[in-house]
Design a protein around this ligand. Structure first.
Ligand SMILES: O=P(O)(O)O[C@H]1O[C@H](CO)[C@@H](O)[C@H]1O
Ligand SMILES: [Mn+2]
Ligand SMILES: [Mn+2]
Length: 408
Protein backbone atom coordinates (compact mmCIF):
# COMPACT_ATOMS: atom_id res chain seq x y z
CA UNK A 1 0.00 0.00 0.00
CA UNK A 2 1.09 3.56 -0.59
CA UNK A 3 -0.21 6.02 1.91
CA UNK A 4 1.13 9.33 3.20
CA UNK A 5 1.08 10.03 6.93
CA UNK A 6 1.79 13.60 7.99
CA UNK A 7 2.09 14.32 11.71
CA UNK A 8 2.42 17.96 12.72
CA UNK A 9 4.16 18.54 16.04
CA UNK A 10 2.38 21.86 16.39
CA UNK A 11 4.94 24.62 17.10
CA UNK A 12 8.07 22.42 17.11
CA UNK A 13 10.51 24.83 15.45
CA UNK A 14 14.21 24.06 15.02
CA UNK A 15 15.79 27.52 15.00
CA UNK A 16 15.16 31.09 13.88
CA UNK A 17 14.24 31.41 10.22
CA UNK A 18 16.23 33.68 7.89
CA UNK A 19 13.47 36.31 8.15
CA UNK A 20 13.01 35.97 11.95
CA UNK A 21 14.18 39.56 12.47
CA UNK A 22 10.96 40.86 10.84
CA UNK A 23 9.02 39.04 13.56
CA UNK A 24 11.29 40.09 16.42
CA UNK A 25 12.26 36.44 16.75
CA UNK A 26 15.97 36.49 15.93
CA UNK A 27 17.59 33.77 18.07
CA UNK A 28 14.40 31.83 18.82
CA UNK A 29 14.89 28.06 18.79
CA UNK A 30 12.14 25.88 20.23
CA UNK A 31 14.06 22.58 20.06
CA UNK A 32 17.51 23.99 20.86
CA UNK A 33 16.38 25.99 23.89
CA UNK A 34 14.36 23.11 25.34
CA UNK A 35 17.40 20.83 24.96
CA UNK A 36 19.64 23.49 26.52
CA UNK A 37 17.50 23.88 29.63
CA UNK A 38 17.07 20.12 29.98
CA UNK A 39 20.84 19.59 29.76
CA UNK A 40 21.38 22.32 32.36
CA UNK A 41 19.03 20.54 34.79
CA UNK A 42 16.54 23.41 34.56
CA UNK A 43 13.54 21.42 33.27
CA UNK A 44 13.02 18.82 35.96
CA UNK A 45 9.25 18.91 36.58
CA UNK A 46 7.90 15.42 35.88
CA UNK A 47 11.07 14.43 34.02
CA UNK A 48 14.83 14.67 34.47
CA UNK A 49 18.16 15.39 32.78
CA UNK A 50 19.08 15.86 29.13
CA UNK A 51 16.24 15.68 26.60
CA UNK A 52 15.78 12.03 25.68
CA UNK A 53 14.45 11.73 22.13
CA UNK A 54 16.50 8.89 20.56
CA UNK A 55 13.86 7.88 18.02
CA UNK A 56 13.50 11.40 16.62
CA UNK A 57 17.30 11.64 16.49
CA UNK A 58 17.32 8.30 14.63
CA UNK A 59 15.14 9.97 11.98
CA UNK A 60 17.59 12.87 11.69
CA UNK A 61 16.43 15.51 14.20
CA UNK A 62 19.93 16.31 15.52
CA UNK A 63 21.25 16.79 11.97
CA UNK A 64 18.31 19.04 11.19
CA UNK A 65 19.01 21.19 14.23
CA UNK A 66 22.68 21.38 13.28
CA UNK A 67 21.79 22.39 9.73
CA UNK A 68 19.29 25.04 10.84
CA UNK A 69 21.38 26.62 13.63
CA UNK A 70 25.01 25.59 13.00
CA UNK A 71 25.25 23.55 16.21
CA UNK A 72 23.99 20.37 17.80
CA UNK A 73 21.60 20.95 20.68
CA UNK A 74 22.98 20.50 24.19
CA UNK A 75 22.77 16.98 25.56
CA UNK A 76 21.72 15.42 22.25
CA UNK A 77 24.02 12.79 20.76
CA UNK A 78 23.97 13.09 16.96
CA UNK A 79 23.32 9.90 14.98
CA UNK A 80 25.40 9.82 11.81
CA UNK A 81 23.58 6.70 10.57
CA UNK A 82 20.12 8.14 10.83
CA UNK A 83 17.28 6.39 9.03
CA UNK A 84 15.25 9.28 7.72
CA UNK A 85 15.33 11.73 4.86
CA UNK A 86 15.76 14.87 6.88
CA UNK A 87 15.77 18.59 6.22
CA UNK A 88 14.63 21.93 7.63
CA UNK A 89 12.12 24.18 5.91
CA UNK A 90 11.67 27.92 5.67
CA UNK A 91 8.15 29.38 5.54
CA UNK A 92 7.16 31.39 2.46
CA UNK A 93 3.87 32.56 3.95
CA UNK A 94 3.70 36.04 5.42
CA UNK A 95 2.48 34.90 8.87
CA UNK A 96 3.72 32.50 11.55
CA UNK A 97 0.25 31.18 12.32
CA UNK A 98 -1.28 27.70 12.25
CA UNK A 99 -3.43 27.97 9.09
CA UNK A 100 -0.56 29.53 7.08
CA UNK A 101 1.83 26.78 8.16
CA UNK A 102 -0.60 23.94 7.43
CA UNK A 103 -1.87 25.31 4.13
CA UNK A 104 1.70 25.89 2.96
CA UNK A 105 2.69 22.31 3.80
CA UNK A 106 -0.37 21.26 1.78
CA UNK A 107 1.02 23.20 -1.18
CA UNK A 108 -0.66 26.59 -0.79
CA UNK A 109 1.47 29.29 0.84
CA UNK A 110 -0.34 32.37 2.13
CA UNK A 111 1.30 35.19 0.23
CA UNK A 112 -1.22 37.89 1.19
CA UNK A 113 -1.24 39.63 4.57
CA UNK A 114 -3.88 38.60 7.09
CA UNK A 115 -5.86 41.22 8.93
CA UNK A 116 -4.77 41.66 12.56
CA UNK A 117 -6.25 43.36 15.62
CA UNK A 118 -3.08 45.13 16.68
CA UNK A 119 -4.27 47.28 19.60
CA UNK A 120 -3.43 45.64 22.93
CA UNK A 121 -6.56 47.10 24.58
CA UNK A 122 -9.89 47.85 22.89
CA UNK A 123 -8.63 45.53 20.19
CA UNK A 124 -11.85 44.96 18.23
CA UNK A 125 -13.79 47.63 16.31
CA UNK A 126 -16.84 48.93 18.21
CA UNK A 127 -19.29 48.38 15.38
CA UNK A 128 -18.21 44.73 15.05
CA UNK A 129 -18.74 44.14 18.78
CA UNK A 130 -22.07 45.93 18.74
CA UNK A 131 -23.32 43.82 15.86
CA UNK A 132 -22.18 40.68 17.69
CA UNK A 133 -24.06 41.78 20.83
CA UNK A 134 -27.26 42.62 19.00
CA UNK A 135 -27.29 39.62 16.62
CA UNK A 136 -26.79 37.16 19.49
CA UNK A 137 -28.84 39.16 22.06
CA UNK A 138 -25.97 39.32 24.52
CA UNK A 139 -25.76 41.49 27.66
CA UNK A 140 -22.37 42.81 26.47
CA UNK A 141 -18.84 41.42 26.31
CA UNK A 142 -15.69 41.19 28.43
CA UNK A 143 -12.01 41.36 27.51
CA UNK A 144 -11.62 43.03 24.11
CA UNK A 145 -7.82 42.89 24.42
CA UNK A 146 -4.71 40.86 23.66
CA UNK A 147 -4.45 38.05 26.19
CA UNK A 148 -3.26 34.58 27.05
CA UNK A 149 -6.29 32.29 27.03
CA UNK A 150 -5.50 30.64 30.35
CA UNK A 151 -4.84 33.97 32.09
CA UNK A 152 -7.96 35.71 30.86
CA UNK A 153 -10.31 33.01 32.17
CA UNK A 154 -8.61 33.30 35.57
CA UNK A 155 -9.16 37.04 35.47
CA UNK A 156 -12.65 37.26 33.97
CA UNK A 157 -14.15 33.76 34.37
CA UNK A 158 -16.16 34.59 37.48
CA UNK A 159 -17.52 37.84 36.05
CA UNK A 160 -18.45 36.00 32.85
CA UNK A 161 -20.43 33.37 34.77
CA UNK A 162 -22.38 36.01 36.68
CA UNK A 163 -22.97 38.43 33.82
CA UNK A 164 -23.33 36.05 30.83
CA UNK A 165 -21.02 38.30 28.81
CA UNK A 166 -18.63 36.35 26.53
CA UNK A 167 -14.88 36.94 26.92
CA UNK A 168 -13.42 38.10 23.60
CA UNK A 169 -9.68 38.39 23.02
CA UNK A 170 -6.98 38.17 20.40
CA UNK A 171 -3.20 37.85 20.02
CA UNK A 172 -0.46 38.61 17.50
CA UNK A 173 -2.16 35.95 15.32
CA UNK A 174 -5.00 36.73 12.97
CA UNK A 175 -7.64 35.48 15.42
CA UNK A 176 -10.88 36.41 17.20
CA UNK A 177 -11.12 34.12 20.25
CA UNK A 178 -14.21 33.68 22.41
CA UNK A 179 -14.06 32.05 25.85
CA UNK A 180 -17.35 31.02 27.49
CA UNK A 181 -18.28 28.65 30.28
CA UNK A 182 -19.68 25.39 28.91
CA UNK A 183 -22.53 25.23 31.44
CA UNK A 184 -23.45 28.78 32.40
CA UNK A 185 -23.20 30.09 28.83
CA UNK A 186 -23.66 26.79 26.96
CA UNK A 187 -21.37 25.03 24.51
CA UNK A 188 -23.73 25.02 21.52
CA UNK A 189 -24.50 28.69 22.13
CA UNK A 190 -20.76 29.44 22.10
CA UNK A 191 -20.42 27.63 18.76
CA UNK A 192 -23.36 29.63 17.34
CA UNK A 193 -21.74 32.83 18.58
CA UNK A 194 -18.49 31.89 16.80
CA UNK A 195 -20.38 31.21 13.56
CA UNK A 196 -22.04 34.61 13.86
CA UNK A 197 -18.69 36.36 14.43
CA UNK A 198 -17.13 34.39 11.56
CA UNK A 199 -19.72 35.98 9.24
CA UNK A 200 -19.35 39.46 10.72
CA UNK A 201 -15.58 39.26 10.17
CA UNK A 202 -15.90 38.97 6.39
CA UNK A 203 -14.51 42.43 5.66
CA UNK A 204 -11.60 42.08 8.09
CA UNK A 205 -9.61 39.24 6.47
CA UNK A 206 -9.19 37.37 9.77
CA UNK A 207 -7.84 33.80 9.62
CA UNK A 208 -9.75 32.19 12.47
CA UNK A 209 -12.46 32.52 15.06
CA UNK A 210 -11.73 30.11 17.92
CA UNK A 211 -14.28 28.82 20.43
CA UNK A 212 -12.52 28.43 23.79
CA UNK A 213 -14.98 26.68 26.11
CA UNK A 214 -14.06 26.32 29.75
CA UNK A 215 -15.44 24.72 32.90
CA UNK A 216 -14.85 24.93 36.66
CA UNK A 217 -15.79 27.61 39.14
CA UNK A 218 -14.45 30.65 40.93
CA UNK A 219 -13.60 28.70 44.12
CA UNK A 220 -11.68 25.82 42.52
CA UNK A 221 -10.52 27.60 39.42
CA UNK A 222 -11.46 27.55 35.75
CA UNK A 223 -9.92 25.27 33.11
CA UNK A 224 -10.29 24.96 29.35
CA UNK A 225 -11.98 21.85 27.99
CA UNK A 226 -11.23 19.73 24.93
CA UNK A 227 -14.20 21.21 23.06
CA UNK A 228 -12.20 23.96 21.38
CA UNK A 229 -13.34 24.58 17.82
CA UNK A 230 -11.57 26.56 15.10
CA UNK A 231 -13.53 28.38 12.40
CA UNK A 232 -10.96 29.08 9.69
CA UNK A 233 -11.53 30.73 6.34
CA UNK A 234 -10.97 28.22 3.51
CA UNK A 235 -7.51 28.06 1.92
CA UNK A 236 -7.13 30.50 -1.02
CA UNK A 237 -6.50 27.75 -3.61
CA UNK A 238 -6.97 23.98 -3.85
CA UNK A 239 -4.54 22.18 -1.57
CA UNK A 240 -3.11 18.69 -2.03
CA UNK A 241 -6.01 17.56 0.18
CA UNK A 242 -8.54 18.83 -2.39
CA UNK A 243 -6.59 17.25 -5.23
CA UNK A 244 -6.46 13.88 -3.53
CA UNK A 245 -10.15 13.96 -2.61
CA UNK A 246 -11.09 14.91 -6.19
CA UNK A 247 -8.93 12.06 -7.50
CA UNK A 248 -10.89 9.58 -5.38
CA UNK A 249 -8.33 9.20 -2.57
CA UNK A 250 -9.02 9.36 1.15
CA UNK A 251 -8.07 12.38 3.25
CA UNK A 252 -8.31 11.45 6.91
CA UNK A 253 -8.06 14.25 9.46
CA UNK A 254 -6.98 13.49 13.01
CA UNK A 255 -7.32 16.29 15.54
CA UNK A 256 -7.88 19.83 14.37
CA UNK A 257 -6.70 19.38 10.74
CA UNK A 258 -10.27 19.42 9.36
CA UNK A 259 -11.02 22.69 11.18
CA UNK A 260 -7.77 24.28 9.98
CA UNK A 261 -8.72 23.50 6.38
CA UNK A 262 -12.33 24.68 6.96
CA UNK A 263 -13.40 21.07 6.17
CA UNK A 264 -12.13 21.47 2.58
CA UNK A 265 -10.68 18.35 0.96
CA UNK A 266 -11.46 16.09 3.95
CA UNK A 267 -13.18 12.72 3.50
CA UNK A 268 -13.14 11.56 7.12
CA UNK A 269 -12.39 13.30 10.43
CA UNK A 270 -11.49 11.92 13.85
CA UNK A 271 -11.08 13.85 17.09
CA UNK A 272 -9.16 12.73 20.15
CA UNK A 273 -8.11 14.54 23.30
CA UNK A 274 -4.41 14.79 24.08
CA UNK A 275 -1.11 13.77 22.57
CA UNK A 276 -1.26 10.06 23.37
CA UNK A 277 -4.88 9.68 22.24
CA UNK A 278 -4.11 11.48 18.95
CA UNK A 279 -1.14 9.20 18.30
CA UNK A 280 -3.24 6.14 19.22
CA UNK A 281 -5.97 7.28 16.81
CA UNK A 282 -3.38 7.72 14.04
CA UNK A 283 -2.11 4.17 14.61
CA UNK A 284 -5.67 2.84 14.67
CA UNK A 285 -6.49 4.58 11.38
CA UNK A 286 -3.30 3.17 9.84
CA UNK A 287 -4.75 -0.26 10.51
CA UNK A 288 -7.61 0.29 8.06
CA UNK A 289 -6.91 3.28 5.77
CA UNK A 290 -6.99 2.18 2.13
CA UNK A 291 -4.42 2.59 -0.59
CA UNK A 292 -3.97 6.22 -1.69
CA UNK A 293 -4.85 7.79 1.64
CA UNK A 294 -3.44 10.86 3.30
CA UNK A 295 -3.58 10.56 7.08
CA UNK A 296 -3.01 14.02 8.48
CA UNK A 297 -2.61 14.48 12.24
CA UNK A 298 -2.15 17.65 14.26
CA UNK A 299 -0.60 17.28 17.72
CA UNK A 300 -1.79 20.50 19.30
CA UNK A 301 -0.58 19.99 22.89
CA UNK A 302 3.01 21.02 22.12
CA UNK A 303 1.73 24.46 21.18
CA UNK A 304 -1.30 25.03 23.35
CA UNK A 305 -0.31 23.37 26.62
CA UNK A 306 3.43 24.07 26.57
CA UNK A 307 4.65 26.53 23.91
CA UNK A 308 2.17 29.34 24.60
CA UNK A 309 2.35 28.61 28.32
CA UNK A 310 6.17 28.91 28.19
CA UNK A 311 6.43 25.59 30.00
CA UNK A 312 9.84 24.15 29.08
CA UNK A 313 9.62 21.00 31.22
CA UNK A 314 6.10 20.31 29.93
CA UNK A 315 7.25 20.68 26.32
CA UNK A 316 10.20 18.36 27.02
CA UNK A 317 7.90 15.77 28.63
CA UNK A 318 5.60 15.88 25.60
CA UNK A 319 8.55 15.42 23.22
CA UNK A 320 9.77 12.45 25.25
CA UNK A 321 6.27 10.96 25.29
CA UNK A 322 5.97 11.35 21.53
CA UNK A 323 9.45 9.93 21.01
CA UNK A 324 8.58 6.84 23.04
CA UNK A 325 5.47 6.30 20.85
CA UNK A 326 7.37 6.72 17.59
CA UNK A 327 8.43 3.03 17.23
CA UNK A 328 4.74 2.04 17.38
CA UNK A 329 3.95 4.52 14.62
CA UNK A 330 6.77 3.16 12.45
CA UNK A 331 5.62 -0.41 13.10
CA UNK A 332 2.12 0.49 11.86
CA UNK A 333 3.46 1.61 8.47
CA UNK A 334 2.99 -0.62 5.47
CA UNK A 335 5.83 -1.40 3.05
CA UNK A 336 5.37 1.66 0.79
CA UNK A 337 3.83 4.11 3.27
CA UNK A 338 5.68 7.36 3.86
CA UNK A 339 5.65 9.15 7.22
CA UNK A 340 6.45 12.86 7.40
CA UNK A 341 7.00 14.53 10.78
CA UNK A 342 7.02 18.31 10.72
CA UNK A 343 5.72 21.50 12.37
CA UNK A 344 3.71 24.56 11.34
CA UNK A 345 5.76 27.31 13.10
CA UNK A 346 7.78 27.67 16.29
CA UNK A 347 6.64 28.55 19.83
CA UNK A 348 9.85 28.73 21.81
CA UNK A 349 8.91 28.22 25.48
CA UNK A 350 11.93 30.29 26.59
CA UNK A 351 10.98 33.29 24.42
CA UNK A 352 9.53 36.63 25.56
CA UNK A 353 5.73 36.95 25.53
CA UNK A 354 3.40 34.05 24.78
CA UNK A 355 3.29 34.08 20.98
CA UNK A 356 4.58 31.86 18.16
CA UNK A 357 8.14 32.27 16.89
CA UNK A 358 9.26 32.46 13.25
CA UNK A 359 11.43 29.39 12.85
CA UNK A 360 12.53 26.71 10.46
CA UNK A 361 10.49 23.54 10.89
CA UNK A 362 11.92 20.01 10.83
CA UNK A 363 11.05 17.70 7.95
CA UNK A 364 11.68 14.08 8.89
CA UNK A 365 10.61 11.60 6.24
CA UNK A 366 10.61 7.86 6.81
CA UNK A 367 9.58 4.94 4.61
CA UNK A 368 10.75 1.35 4.83
CA UNK A 369 12.13 1.50 1.28
CA UNK A 370 13.23 5.12 1.29
CA UNK A 371 16.97 5.80 1.28
CA UNK A 372 18.06 8.15 4.07
CA UNK A 373 19.60 11.44 2.99
CA UNK A 374 20.22 14.94 4.28
CA UNK A 375 17.71 17.02 2.30
CA UNK A 376 19.27 20.26 3.50
CA UNK A 377 17.38 23.54 3.73
CA UNK A 378 14.03 23.60 1.96
CA UNK A 379 12.79 26.93 0.65
CA UNK A 380 9.14 26.29 1.48
CA UNK A 381 6.93 23.97 3.55
CA UNK A 382 5.20 23.31 0.20
CA UNK A 383 7.92 20.74 -0.53
CA UNK A 384 5.80 18.49 1.70
CA UNK A 385 2.67 18.95 -0.46
CA UNK A 386 4.68 18.36 -3.60
CA UNK A 387 6.11 15.14 -2.14
CA UNK A 388 2.60 13.93 -1.25
CA UNK A 389 1.39 14.78 -4.77
CA UNK A 390 4.22 12.73 -6.25
CA UNK A 391 3.78 9.82 -3.85
CA UNK A 392 0.02 9.56 -4.43
CA UNK A 393 0.27 10.21 -8.19
CA UNK A 394 -1.52 13.54 -8.34
CA UNK A 395 -0.88 16.44 -10.71
CA UNK A 396 2.03 18.55 -9.53
CA UNK A 397 1.28 21.42 -7.14
CA UNK A 398 2.15 25.01 -8.14
CA UNK A 399 4.65 25.39 -5.27
CA UNK A 400 7.36 23.18 -3.86
CA UNK A 401 9.86 20.53 -4.92
CA UNK A 402 9.39 16.87 -4.10
CA UNK A 403 11.76 15.47 -1.49
CA UNK A 404 11.28 11.86 -2.58
CA UNK A 405 13.89 10.14 -4.72
CA UNK A 406 13.17 10.54 -8.41
CA UNK A 407 10.62 8.01 -9.76
CA UNK A 408 10.11 6.67 -6.28
O1 LIG B 1 -3.50 31.89 24.71
P1 LIG B 1 -4.33 31.01 23.85
O2 LIG B 1 -5.81 31.20 24.03
O3 LIG B 1 -3.95 29.54 23.97
O4 LIG B 1 -4.07 31.48 22.35
C1 LIG B 1 -3.14 30.96 21.47
O5 LIG B 1 -3.83 30.12 20.60
C2 LIG B 1 -4.19 30.83 19.44
C3 LIG B 1 -4.28 29.90 18.30
O6 LIG B 1 -3.08 29.17 18.11
C4 LIG B 1 -3.12 31.88 19.26
O7 LIG B 1 -3.67 33.05 18.79
C5 LIG B 1 -2.47 31.99 20.60
O8 LIG B 1 -2.53 33.26 21.12
MN1 LIG C 1 0.10 25.84 15.27
MN1 LIG D 1 -0.57 28.48 18.74
Amino acid sequence: MTRAVVMVLDSFGVGAADDAEKFNDEGADTFGHIAELCAAGAAEEGRSGPLHVPNLVRLGLAEVSHGATGRYPDGIEPDANCLGRHGWAQELSSGKDTPSGHWEMAGVPVLFDWGYFVEKQDSFPQDLLQRMVSNMELPGYLGNCHASGTEIIKELGAEHCVSGKPIVYTSADSVFQIACHEETFGLERLYRLCECVRELLEPYNIGRVIARPFAGNAEQGFFRTANRRDYAVPPPAPTVLDKLKDAGGQVISIGKIADIFAQQGITEAHKADGLEALVAKTIEVLGSAPQRSLIFTNLVDFDTLYGHRRDVAGYARALETFDALLPKILAALDEDDVLILTADHGCDPTWHGTEHTREFVPVLIYGKNLPAVNLGKRETFADIGQSIAELLELDAMDYGTSMLPHKF
